[in-house]
Structure formats: C-alpha cells, structure tokens
Design a protein around this ligand. Structure first.
Ligand code: BTN
Length: 325
C-alpha cells in the first residue's frame, strides 16, 4: 500500500495541473524536508515517471508508461471518495473476488481494485470475461450506500452512464447502452458491468461494481469467437487511449452521479440513462431464464427494471435477461 506522503505528493502534482512546483512548495504542502521530497520524486522516476526539474521553477511530472498502477491513477485523479484506497495487482484471477474480500474486511467506501490482467475474469450469468494483460480496464469499485438491496440494479445503470460519458469526453465516439449492463460501439460490446452485493434481506453492506472495458486491444487480441460481437475503443477510435486517464474520468463521473443519486434519487439519472439507451422504443427480444418475451421496450422503471410491451399490449417487467435488439 502507498505511503501517505506519496499519495499527497501525487495529489499536489495533480492540483498543479501541469505547472511546476518548487521543492520548497512541495515540502510545505507535505510537511516534510526537501530531501524527503526529493527521495519520493526519485522513486517515482525509478518507477518510470518522466520528471522535469528546472532551476528556480521546481518539478513537473508526467506519466508515459500506460500502466494502471496506484501512482499512475493517482496522478490526475480529481475525486475525493472514489479511489481513496487503490489496490493494484499485476495479475489476479478476478478483481471482483479481491474487492469482495476487502469489503468483507471493512475497506473504506470508494476502494478500487484494478489489475493489468485477469486470469479468471467473471461476467454476468457465470460467463468468462476475457481480460488480457495491459490492454483493458479490469476494475472493481466498493460502495456502501445505506439502501435496501432492491435498489442495487440502479448502480449498474448509473455506472453505465459514467463510463459512456467518460468515453465520449476522451474520444470521438458515441457509445450506447444496451440494458442492463452492456456498452456498445457501432453495435459491438466494448464494456460490461457486473454489480454484486453483500447484503442482508433489508440492507446493503456493500455494492461491488465490476467494470471491464476493452480499451487498447487490436482485432487479433480477441479470440475468434468474439470477433463479431466485441470491439475495443482503440479499434473504433483509430488509436490507443491512456487507461489510467480513462479510469480517472470514470471515477470523477461516477462520484458526481453517486452524489446526485444520494441527494435526489434515481429520477434525474434515469432520464440520462434513457438518453444513451439503444433498446428503448425498439422491438426487442428478452431471453430470461424461464421465457422469451418479444415486444417493444418502453422504458425502465424507477428501480431500473426494463418494461416490455408485447403485441397484446401486456407489459412485462424484466429483471434479468439477455437482450436482442
Ligand atoms: C458482463 O458483461 O458480463 C460483465 C463483465 C464484467 C467484467 C469485470 S472486469 C473487472 C471485474 N472483475 C471480474 O472478474 N469481472 C468484472
């Protein structure tokens, strides 16, 4: 885990917005000697950060490594709660599993677990989630809203909005949401969201939101069977994107929407979600565990439940299904 001085040093560089910070200014902000500042800066340099040191001006730091280490994410992170604790792993079976464990041990709200690679990434309905090294974002976020468990699906929808907007903010792309948890670009899946709970029957202890984003994969990086259904941001955007910058933007958006949700409820976010949804107003087929329902998707309820009107005018509430648009 990172030292508090290192954390505050990276925050100071983040707040400086690319301006130089003198050794003395840093020592004052951190409450330590200039020698201690220099020691931390040297360690960041050894880790691969590029450091510019100019006499009479001070230091400026940039990252050029495209890793998703704690330091990389922290340099540029503008949130107060999300990312307060960052658990970085090079290789892990599933970040979701680690986040469950940390949540059980009482980690702070906003803890994130992020890995360069997952060897057993989990998708919805016990599917496998392909998570090759250094190419995507494989991240789990722990939240602790004081809510009953039936509200949990709303978090999948809020997260989807935060991710879609982050992609829009950083790329010239228009991703769309397919209920409940898929984000598509030009009809192919780029992101999946897996929301899991630790809860009693009437109270959530923690929500663990798993986000998998195909960021920098080439077409060849995907297994053959995924070619027709999956894509990456790099393929669609025509170039690579910094994964740590995308993580920072997602966390900033999600923190904002989580705050709105806690203050005003789901209604304002429901409207936003519907503006990005591809299925609403269209004829779709929903395959649930028990049945197949065909009809027009007429919207989502305040709880995030999909409403489908069949050809006889009957409205069906869909809690979990695979959707064909
Ligand atoms: C889906 O569309 O089926 C959901 C995919 C969720 C994948 C993410 S990657 C990070 C987190 N860890 C996991 O094992 N799964 C989620």
């Amino acid at each position: 885990m990172q030292s508090p001085i290192r954390k505050r040093l990276l925050e100071a560089f983040t707040n400086a917005n690319g301006e130089f910070l003198s050794g003395q200014a840093l020592a004052d902000i951190l409450g330590c000697s200039r020698t201690a500042v220099w020691k931390h800066i040297e360690e960041l340099r050894k880790e691969g950060f590029e450091l510019e040191a100019v006499r009479k001006k001070g230091y400026r730091i940039i990252s050029t490594m495209d890793r998703v280490t704690e330091n990389e994410i922290r340099l540029g992170l503008k949130t107060s709660k999300l990312g307060s604790m960052i658990q970085y792993l090079d290789t892990i079976d599933s970040t979701q599993k680690v986040a469950h464990q940390l949540a059980q041990e009482g980690c702070p709200e906003g803890t994130i677990v992020v890995a360069e690679e997952q060897t057993n990434g989990r998708g919805r309905l016990t599917r496998h989630w392909h998570s090759p090294k250094f190419t995507g974002i494989w991240m789990s976020i722990v939240l602790r809203p004081k809510l009953p468990p039936f509200k949990a699906p709303q978090f999948t929808l809020i997260t989807a909005v935060a991710v879609v907007q982050a992609i829009e903010q950083l790329c010239d792309l228009q991703p769309e949401i397919k209920w409940p948890n898929d984000i598509l670009i030009k009809g192919k899946k780029v992101t999946g969201i897996l929301t899991e709970l630790q809860a009693d029957s009437d109270k959530i202890h923690s929500i663990i939101i798993g986000i998998g984003i195909n960021v920098n994969q080439t077409r060849e990086d995907f297994p053959e069977e995924l070619h027709s259904v999956a894509t990456s941001i790099a393929i669609e955007n025509g170039g690579k994107l910094s994964r740590s910058i995308l993580i920072q933007q997602i966390l900033a958006n999600l923190e904002k929407y989580y705050q709105i949700y806690l203050e005003k409820g789901f209604a304002p976010l429901k409207l936003l979600w519907e503006s990005y949804a591809i299925s609403i107003g269209k004829d779709i087929i929903a395959r649930t565990v028990n049945e197949v329902i065909a009809g027009k998707a007429i919207g989502i309820s305040d709880e995030g439940v999909l409403k489908i009107q069949d050809k006889n005018g009957v409205i069906h509430d869909i809690y979990s299904a695979d959707i064909e648009v």
